[in-house]
Design a protein around this ligand. Structure first.
Ligand SMILES: Nc1ncnc2c1ncn2[C@@H]1O[C@H](COP(=O)(O)OP(=O)(O)O)[C@@H](O)[C@H]1O
Ligand SMILES: [Mg+2]
Length: 254
């Protein structure tokens, strides 16, 4: 597979929390339209890494390139401005507002009536319905308040909103942890559709089956460094488990 320039280059990223070295120099690339599964044991540094890439936390060392340019994110808004977002189930939607309202919050569409701007509710509703449908998700009515929807539906809304507004790389931290079988299947399908739009995806998961089902590549973190970075076609779940536990490195050394 001939690869273009990486969309994201993470170079020797370090993060200390006081004496705790959560990340000890993490380096990896993510390409456009690629799904990377980020794996590792509890405490390996996965969430910290995703938070740094999303601007929620700041690295203590190292650098990042996005779209070929050096980037430094002081806040999630900085990351969002270049097209990087994390999709959560709850945090970034307003529960007491309907789906359309969440979709267009702060970016409402208007039309002019007698020279006065009024909200174009019809168009916003049509665009929201289309964006959600395009990702293969179904929400009975986009006029439903978000608090009445399931976790899977909320993720679908966030993901569709991200795509609609021109996002380039999306990160999901344990997206299926609280979902049932059917919703998880839909979630995996959605990731595949997002990838086909040329968007890069980083997904943290503990589920090896999901990782091999949806990802082009697995990146394994262990004790704050990359312990493995392989195309899913060139490794196996057993090998990846060995990378997560450190058994792989011991075998290689011994
Ligand atoms: N806000 C924080 N303050 C102090 N230590 C933290 C903080 N966040 C994470 N850590 C520590 O950093 C390490 C990596 O954590 P984390 O990134 O959450 O790992 P993972 O998501 O892979 O389980 C752990 O040792 C954890 O205790
Ligand atoms: Mg975590």
């Amino acid at each position: 597979m001939s690869k273009a320039e990486p969309l994201l280059r993470v170079d020797n990223i370090k993060k200390n929390f006081g004496p705790v070295e959560a990340l000890r120099g993490v380096t990896f690339d993510v390409y456009p339209g690629e799904v990377v599964a980020l794996l590792g044991d509890n405490g390996a540094g996965k969430s910290t890494l995703v938070k740094i890439i999303a601007g929620n936390q700041q690295a203590t060392g190292g650098s990042m390139l996005f779209d070929g340019k050096p980037v430094h994110f002081d806040s999630p808004a900085d990351a969002k401005a270049v097209g990087i977002e994390t999709v959560y189930q709850d945090l970034s939607l307003c529960p007491n507002i309907d789906v359309v309202g969440n979709f267009f919050m702060g970016r409402e569409l208007c039309r002019k009536i007698l020279g006065i701007d009024v909200l174009d509710e019809t168009r916003m509703q049509i665009e929201t319905e289309k964006a959600i449908r395009d990702l293969g998700s179904r929400i009975p009515s986009v006029r439903t308040r978000v608090e009445l929807l399931s976790g899977g539906q909320r993720q679908a809304i966030e993901l569709a909103r991200f795509v609609y507004w021109g996002g380039k790389m999306v990160m999901l931290d344990e997206p299926f942890a609280a979902l049932g079988v059917e919703q998880t299947r839909r979630g995996l399908e959605m990731i595949d559709r997002v990838r086909k739009l040329g968007i890069a995806v980083i997904v943290i998961t503990h589920n090896m089956l999901h990782a091999f089902q949806v990802a082009d590549r697995v990146v394994v973190l262990r004790h704050g460094v990359v312990a493995g970075d392989h195309d899913t076609t060139k490794t196996t779940p057993e090998e990846v488990v060995a990378m997560i536990t450190g058994e792989f490195a011991r075998q290689a050394a011994g």
